[in-house]
Design a protein around this ligand. Structure first.
Ligand SMILES: [Zn+2]
Length: 479
């Protein structure tokens, strides 16, 4: 039988505010355990939380970028459960009035646009971290993450394959980066996804029984976990069994998932409005201010690059996936005046540097300065090789491109007498190559061309060198 996979994602994203959501503690990853907390985020009796306005602003910003409606009146609620990493024994979250609801994001699957509904985005606090003590028998608790602001993005079950799930996760990650509400450091756990998945015979209207896999922290893990879980559920049904509603843990190393807890243990959180916080009212002025701060988003940037600048869709997609890279491209092509030249350099030279040195190379790459180097190249004043050398030096020293090019003498050598002298010298020193050329071996021309360029220290203009070399060779063999 042919099956259809149905997937929805729940994505948790930490917000990059300076301080935590309800207290003044620093919101920073890492550090000595239990050094970034206070009585409020530790949930001591008698303390009062106060909502961080920036966290609320970031949640609204993410919602607008994902085409959500924004609740003008909402509130925080208590979600009650006991777990050792949550010292209050409740999490302050949002229940029936999430700050954002009813939105969508467009993803691109094999060149086709597909719209995925966003059911809601709500604001909540993160929990601490449990670490298993390798020496003793117990677990240790680090509370530094308690009270870090989070948004939970709940998508509609509109995803129909593991690949779409990965693309959706990546698209939302990029939107969060463009709007600068989260640093999306997946290896630090600041962005993680739960995958809800069921299968049904193709054509059937009702959803199948779904399972949930929690805390997937890479794009690859989301796709692999969804692929494996769809296969597992189909195998259960084919054998005449029934899928059980449960939470499963995905083991990315083993490439399989394991049952964690079944439906019978599903918790009743006894939500009620948080009595220590006032309701949230968002007025027009503030909402408009936040709306105005939303930058052009990745998909519309991509379309602009393709339609207006003539960049190939694949290249435009890759460049816009990374906001820093897209910003660098934008500045560089404006300075050098040639978008294709800038995108070609990014797709080859800059991506190679990222592969070798990581994303940090983008921090020292100023788009306008990069554009200046490309402008010298565009005008034919330096060669491709010299442009690479100038870029190397710029990334090392930060020196002005023009001063690098002058100091290293990188400008193309166009003095006809100098080029002619170099050509004559090469012809004189390579009688064998001249004989080969005379005998019709075209390879010999390439060799002589290389020798002349080397004699000019790579700064000859290839077209000019070729022309003079041809003239001199013809003269030499006709002698
Ligand atoms: Zn605190």
């Amino acid at each position: 039988m042919d099956y259809e996979v149905v997937i929805g994602l729940e994505i948790h994203s930490e917000l990059k505010t300076k301080s935590k959501i309800f207290c003044g503690c620093k919101n920073e990853f890492g550090g000595e355990p239990n050094t970034k907390c206070c009585p409020i985020c530790l949930g001591m009796p008698g303390v009062l939380p106060k909502l961080n306005k920036k966290a609320l602003e970031y949640a609204i910003k993410a919602g607008i970028a994902m085409n959500c409606k924004i609740s003008r009146f909402s509130k925080m609620d208590r979600k009650n459960f006991f777990y050792p990493d949550m010292p209050k024994a409740y999490q302050i979250s949002q229940y029936d009035l999430p700050i954002c609801y009813d939105g969508y994001v467009d993803i691109e699957v094999n060149g086709e646009k597909k719209r995925i509904g966003i059911e809601r985005i709500h604001l909540e606090e993160d929990a601490g971290k449990l670490m298993h003590d390798p020496f003793g028998q117990g677990s240790l608790i680090d509370h530094n993450r308690c009270g870090v602001p989070l948004i939970e993005i709940v998508t509609c079950p509109d995803v129909r394959s593991a690949e779409e799930a990965r693309i959706l996760f990546e698209t939302i990650k990029t939107i969060l980066e463009y709007t600068e509400v989260s640093d999306c450091q997946m290896q630090e756990g600041s962005l993680r996804a739960d995958v809800n998945l069921s299968v049904r015979p193709r054509g059937q209207k009702e959803f199948g029984v779904r399972t949930e896999m929690k805390n997937l922290n890479s794009l690859r893990a989301v796709q692999r976990a969804a692929e494996a879980e769809a296969k597992r559920q189909i195998a259960v049904i084919e054998k005449g069994g029934q899928v059980i509603q449960e939470t499963r843990r995905w083991d990315d190393n083993k490439g399989e998932s394991f049952s964690m807890r079944g439906k019978e243990e599903a918790m009743d959180y006894r939500y009620f409005p948080e009595p220590d916080l006032v309701p949230i009212v968002v007025d027009d002025a503030w909402l408009n201010e936040i709306k105005a701060s939303i930058p052009e988003l990745p998909l519309s940037r991509k379309e602009r690059y393709v339609n207006e600048l003539g960049i190939p869709p694949y290249d435009a997609g890759l460049i816009t996936m990374n906001k820093k890279l897209a910003d660098i491209f934008e500045e560089a092509y404006k300075v050098c005046g040639n978008p294709k030249l800038a995108s070609n350099w990014i797709m080859t030279d800059i991506l190679r540097r990222i592969n070798e040195q990581g994303d940090s190379v983008l921090d020292s790459l100023n788009g306008a300065k990069f554009g200046q180097i490309l402008l010298f190249l565009e005008k034919g004043e330096i060669t491709q090789a010299s442009a690479k050398q100038a870029l190397d030096t710029f990334l090392e020293t930060g020196e002005e491109p023009e001063s690098i090019i002058n100091r290293l003498g990188l400008k193309v050598q166009r003095d006809e007498n100098l080029v002619l002298a170099a050509v004559k010298d090469v012809i004189e020193k390579n009688p064998q190559a001249i004989a080969d050329f005379k005998a019709g071996k075209t390879k010999a021309f390439g060799f002589l061309m290389g020798q002349t360029m080397a004699a000019l220290k790579g700064k000859g203009d290839p077209a000019q060198v070729k022309k003079i070399l041809e003239e001199q060779l013809n003269a030499a063999i006709n002698e």
